[in-house]
Design a protein around this ligand. Sequence first.
Ligand code: UDP
Length: 242
Amino acid sequence: MSFSVVEILGVPVAALTMREAVEQAECWMDERRGALIATANAEMIMNATRDEELFEILRSADLVVPDGAGTVWAARHLGYEMPERVAGYDLSQELLRRAPQKNRRVFFFGSAPGVAEKAKQKAEELYPGISVVGVRNGYFSSEEEPEIIQEIREAHPDLLLVALGVPKQEKWLKKHKEALDVPVSIGVGGTLDVMAGTMRRAPVWMQKAKLEWLFRALLQPKRAGRLLALPKFVFRVHASKK
Ligand code: UDP
C-alpha cells in the first residue's frame, strides 16, 4: 500500500482514509509484520516537540494516523491533502469489527482495573465471535513488567490495543516491541474507557463540528489545562509554514 506522508512539526502523519488505514493494518496482521501504529492528535504532536524520545518513536512508527481535527487542519493549512480524520477509537472499532471473520486474536492492555474486562464484554456483545485472548490493567510496577510481557506473548494476539495514555503507551510499545512479538500494536489512549462506558465520547454532532476536544475538556476539567496545547499548536504550525 502506498500513501503520502505529511510532516507536521516534524511528525510524519499519513494522509489516508479510514478504509486505507484498516487495510494497511489488516495487511500487517496477515504478514505478521510487527508494526506500531500511533494516533496523533494536536496534543501528541505538541508533546513530541518537547519530548525527544516520543518524537523519535513517532518518526520511526510504521504508521501515524491523523487523529483529531487539529491534525487534519494542520496538514491542510500546510497545503497538503488530508482526506479525513482517522480517530484511534474508530480505527480500533473497525479492526475489532473485522476480527471475528478474519479469526484475529485481540489483547486489551491498559486503563484502570476492571476497565479492560468491561471493554472485552462490550466487544463480545458488539462483535459476536470475537476472540479477546487477554486483558490486563495498565497500573503496574516495573517488577511486574516481565510477567505482563510474558502474558501477552503467550496469548499470541494478532492485534494489541494499549491504553496507558500518551506518551507512556508509545514508549512502552517501542521498548518491548521485539519481546512482545505482536503483528500490530496500537496506542489507543481512552479507547478502552469509552468501550467500557467509564468515559463518554462526544456526541456525533460535536465530532462533526470538530469540537470533540471541547467535550473532553468539559467532561474532565483536570484536562482543561491541556487545552492550551491547541492554540500553541495552531501557532507553531502556522509559523512552520514556508
Ligand atoms: N492509564 C494507565 N496507566 C497509567 C496511566 C494511564 O492504564 O499509568 C490509562 C488511563 O486509565 C486511561 C488511559 O490510560 O484509561 C488514557 O489516559 P489519559 O486519558 O490520561 O491519556 P491520553 O488522553 O493522553 O491518551
